[in-house]
Write a protein that binds this ligand. Structure first.
Ligand SMILES: Cc1cc2nc3c(=O)[nH]c(=O)nc-3n(C[C@H](O)[C@H](O)[C@H](O)COP(=O)(O)O)c2cc1C
Length: 500
């Protein structure tokens, strides 16, 4: 069987959280022939922080002016926008952590934020734009998808868990029915079902015109079969949303990875993979869905190889996470931004590219993530990967994006995260062994994107060999546009677009 046809491009940008795949680079990737994917992780926090910073350039307010329910956009602006940005002495308004009972403001913020960044990525062109979510971050999902769909998102890519309920959420939105999402309560069979009735919340029918493609991220054929079974049911029920295809991610990809099937760990607690973790692509081809390969595929030769194995193309992350040229004057810098650069701070990007070019970069498959999933981390002094610096940090949970539900002795649900202060976690019934080696990646990832002060944590894939083909020396740099030209082996990509 040949893979199903798809209208989507060969090259997917990895959805990279937090804010590494931000709206402008996603837009540029799409304009240059790839599928630009906005990271959907913690967009509510990002919007609130940008608004509190005075919304430089006015992009978020421009998008919010198009939000179809202006009373909710106003609610968000009134709560968070600070003209000219918060001064040092002005205290910023706190942002409620995710919960199964979010305030009206948090619900409006999540919907508006997902709308804003998809709207900005889609502004002024008709190329497809995707959004990436992590199934592990369950509590904001129904509001987040509502916002992304209100902005007309074309593709929803989702991994870090088994996102079986997403087609149902999309279908309910299209039908105008209330949404539900089952949130895991650790250690319990029964889930806590979250509900959200968008029509009641907004007071009218939602102007939705598009059913996005749903593409789960998988790393085993077994999971492909689970989704194929779900898709059969969706087809039988004449569901508007179907499983469009898969991103197949190998264990060398940046971000979170699937746990090794043999449970392998080395003496330092890092995860180790073996041949059991290899993916049989031929079986997937036989299943008949289009798929894209991710994890060390960032070269034109690897793209050809993936295609020769039956894939439509590839998903690339690390090569784009490290891209970005900067200019010496504000005008020159703005011009460079239009060529595409990631949301990682310039300081980190320049430093890491240099170290990697000089073969001095070490990537660990760490147990740092509170999710329990293996998490790729660049070992860098002065970041959260550095034992000494992390050891000096006060253990605290201020963002809470990875908190999970647990059942309290009184039968009510509580929230906990293994990266919070150990005594709090234990008091909440958590096990001490869950806290070993775990670090706060909420703070780390927001700091890597320059969104908050804190110890950054940098996730990257194992393969950085592309750097020596894109850079002349360790101080050189490259843009997202250069990446697309490199992967597609095009001589020159026409730059008829003004990307912002
Ligand atoms: C900085 C960074 C952040 C990432 N964050 C996410 C994420 O939030 N969600 C996700 O599904 N994948 C994430 N990934 C994985 C990418 O989407 C992509 O699949 C992967 O990077 C491909 O492998 P490569 O890095 O070798 O190109 C991340 C990767 C990087 C490098």
């Amino acid at each position: 069987m040949t893979p199903k046809k798809t209208s989507l491009p060969e090259i997917f940008m990895g959805g990279m959280g937090v804010n590494i795949s931000y709206w402008l680079i996603a837009k540029i990737v799409s304009l240059f022939g790839g599928l630009g994917i906005v990271s959907g992780v913690a967009l509510d926090r990002i919007l609130a922080l940008i608004l509190q910073d005075g919304d430089p350039g006015g992009h978020c307010r421009r998008a919010l002016a198009h939000f179809p329910f202006q009373d909710k956009a106003k609610m968000v602006l009134d709560a968070f926008f600070i003209e000219g940005g918060a001064s040092r002495i002005q205290s910023k308004r706190g942002i409620q952590m995710y919960s199964t009972d979010p305030s009206q403001l948090l619900q409006a913020l999540i919907v508006c934020a997902n709308f804003t960044f998809v709207w900005l990525a889609k502004e002024g062109h008709d190329k497809p734009i995707g959004i990436n979510y992590l199934e592990k971050i369950q509590m904001p999902i129904i509001h987040a998808i509502t916002g992304a769909m209100l902005a007309g998102v074309d593709v929803i890519v989702m991994g870090a868990g088994i996102p079986l309920h997403i087609p149902e959420v999309i279908n309910c939105l299209i039908k105008g029915a209330p949404l539900t999402y089952p949130v895991t309560v650790v250690g319990e069979k029964e889930k806590k079902v979250m509900t959200f009735d968008p029509e009641k919340f907004f007071g009218s029918r939602l102007p939705l015109h598009k059913v996005p493609f749903f593409i789960p991220i998988i790393s085993s054929y077994t999971l492909a079969l689970v989704f194929a079974k779900l898709d059969k049911k969706l087809m039988e029920n004449k569901s508007p949303c179907r499983v469009h295809g898969f991103v197949v991610e190998t264990s060398t990809a940046g971000g979170h990875n699937a746990p090794p099937r043999n449970g392998g760990r080395n003496t330092k607690g890092e995860f180790v993979y073996d041949e059991k973790d290899e993916f049989d692509k031929q079986k997937l081809v036989d299943l008949g869905y289009p798929f894209w390969m991710g994890g060390s595929y960032a070269s034109p030769e690897k793209l050809e190889f993936a295609k020769s194995q039956g894939a439509v193309g590839i998903q690339v992350g690390t090569i784009l996470a490290l891209c970005g040229k900067s200019g010496k004057t504000p005008e020159e810098d703005e011009k460079m931004a239009q060529e595409g650069r990631s949301g990682m701070t310039q300081e980190l990007r320049d430093w890491i590219r240099k170290r990697a070019f000089l073969d001095q970069l070490v990537i660990l498959t760490s147990a740092f993530s509170p999710t329990g999933f293996p998490f790729k981390v660049a070992k860098l002094n002065g970041t959260a990967s550095d034992d000494f610096h992390y050891g000096c940090r006060k253990r605290v949970c201020k963002q809470g994006a990875l908190r999970v539900l647990y059942k309290k002795p009184n039968g009510q649900n509580g929230y906990r995260c293994p990266a919070e202060p150990i005594e709090d976690y234990i008091r909440k019934g958590g096990k001490i062994e869950d806290t070993i080696g775990v670090r706060c990646i909420c703070e780390g990832l927001l700091a890597t994107a320059g969104m908050i002060d804190g110890l950054p944590i940098v996730t990257l894939g194992d393969d950085v060999s592309f750097l020596k083909r894109l850079m002349r020396d360790e101080n050189d740099s490259y843009s997202a546009r250069d990446v697309l030209a490199f992967l597609m082996v095009t001589e020159e990509i026409p730059c008829e677009c003004n990307a912002s």
